[in-house]
Design a protein around this ligand. Structure first.
Ligand code: GDP
Ligand code: MN
Ligand code: MN
Length: 253
């Protein structure tokens, strides 16, 4: 068994309005069932999601929160504007985005963005992935999947990894429940976060710095799925999210 992870070379610096599907298809010959993994940074740039702090006026809540966590109130306002819920306020903001993804600063940062600019993550990464995926399929005449990724930290462990935030034609969670283990026992609770594992594999080639590799193609694995559920499938339902419940309790104190 083996699979390949292929860095797509010669991707330029991406600007607002750039046609990512054409740029990708010009630089790699795709095959059926490829999984095209795209860093949200370039999706955001192409969608024109850069902004300047000087254009933001912090509201009351942003000012109050900034006074406690030491961040720029305008940055805090940008994060609040993209968030459905704040779970940690200090020393950093952990927030659930409007699309339902929970991460530090709602995914807003300035790395690999020009000058003083900051970058939002795509507002609805599933829609971004689908638009890009449909167009890539048309251009390449292949049936394939797309994952839009970001780099996130995890609770409990040091170090960030690639994670999926938007999907096209891939089933993100593989359920092992009901399958047998090596000794014939029936598995009762195993679910494998395949889309995050693929994002992590791709991130090994992307890195976080000046590598200039925002697109990686995974070839040789079969996760193609026409009736895919979307990224929400990966977010634990509220009633089972013990950690979120705990964080809410801490916030109230
Ligand atoms: P994120 O994980 O989506 O936040 O993206 P990163 O900022 O970590 O960047 C991932 C990879 O994409 C790195 O190799 C960056 O150098 C590269 N990258 C980011 N923006 C661009 C761009 O506009 N053009 C190219 N060619 N590479 C980029
Ligand atoms: Mn990022
Ligand atoms: Mn990254």
């Amino acid at each position: 068994m083996k699979f390949e992870a292929i860095a797509v070379e010669n991707i330029p610096l991406i600007l607002r309005g750039d046609d990512l599907p054409s740029i990708i298809c010009e630089n790699i010959v795709l095959e059926d069932r490829d999984i095209v993994i795209i860093a949200s940074t370039i999706v955001g740039k192409a969608e024109g999601l850069t902004f300047r702090l000087e254009d933001i006026t912090p509201g009351e809540r942003a000012l109050e929160l900034a006074s406690r966590n030491g961040q720029d109130p305008r940055f805090v306002q940008a994060v609040l504007s993209r968030s459905r819920e704040v779970l940690v306020e200090a020393p950093f903001i952990l927030a659930t985005t409007l699309a339902g993804h929970t991460c530090v600063n709602a995914g807003i940062d300035d790395s690999n963005v020009e000058g003083e600019l900051l970058l939002n993550t795509p507002e609805n990464p599933d829609i971004s992935a689908a638009k890009i995926g449909e167009r890539i399929e048309t251009l390449s005449r292949k049936k394939l999947s797309v994952i839009v990724t970001d780099t996130n930290g995890r609770a409990f462990k040091v170090g960030q990894t690639g994670v999926a935030i938007g999907l096209y034609k891939i089933k993100p969670v593989k359920r092992w429940i009901g399958e047998k283990d090596l000794f014939g026992k029936t598995l009762e609770i195993s679910e494998e976060a395949v889309a995050d594992e693929l994002a992590g594999a791709a991130n090994l080639l992307m890195g976080e710095g000046n590598g200039g590799v925002p697109v990686v193609v995974i070839r040789g694995l079969d996760y193609y799925c026409e009736n895919y559920p979307g990224i929400r499938e990966m977010y634990r339902p509220e009633e089972f999210d013990v950690i979120k419940k705990g964080l809410r309790c801490l916030l109230k104190k």
